[in-house]
Design a protein. Sequence first.
Length: 304
Amino acid sequence: MTYQDIHTFLTIASSSSLSKAAESLFVSQPALSHRLSALEEELGTELIIRRKGSRTLELTDAGQRFVPIARKWEQLWIETGKIKFEQPSTQLRIVNVDSLNFYFMPQVIENFLESHPKCSLHINTMQSNLSYKSVENKEADLGLITNPHFFKKVQTIPLFEEQLVFVCNKSASYQDGILPSQLNSTDEIYIPWSNTFLMWHDYWFGNDPEVKVMLDNMALLRQLLDLKDAWAIMPATLGHKLAENENCRIVSLENGPEYRTCYAIMNDQRNAHPLVTEFLQELLNTVSKIPEIRLLDPQYHQNL
């Protein structure tokens, strides 16, 4: 059964007579009858009622049932033929941790979309472990995470490190050079930024310290720093933004936590979405200009 067979039948079904159908297809009526007979033979049933002297065309029951099937067949053929002409997907799906949205990500997105105006970015915020599952299940093209895990089918690539700083309200009494041992965890607005931060925190404040407020995202962080004696450890980009635009300040902390690492996660790089590399390059170009951030894995960055 060919596209010509299906198209011929649908033309016949929508015509008042075989002669009209032949005229629409620019073929002779004997040639049209031959095509129809060949299709009927292949299907093993008659599709039209043949009456001598009748000028009107009437479908058999089988012919009527075959019409919707033939239309689906024709549509699938047309859609199949379009595949070779279709452009790669312009939708880029990204999952990332909440803290990356706050400072530099808007600029990365703006620059990227300026270079790729036809791209549609779909960005979802989720925790690192859920991001891995999303990438593994091919629900996302790229993940940006801070707590690495091992997933057999997902690549984890270190991108950059960011300093963590101590931030408090401007009216708080904390002074530069303060030590962790001088801090009271019951005044802390606590967010578990990374595994390395958790180890630092456990060392100085114990495995299950009492804190003022524990958060899993940054939505309330700024407002809670107005509480009496409240303090928080946070990524430097966030800390500087609060210090510049809000009633907050950064206090130097001795023996503070190590830098927090940001990683890209994706499926096999050879089969990655063509825009993943371009987005990562824009991200690295942007963060390379931030003093509190240092790039990692130069060999990988050169291959982007």
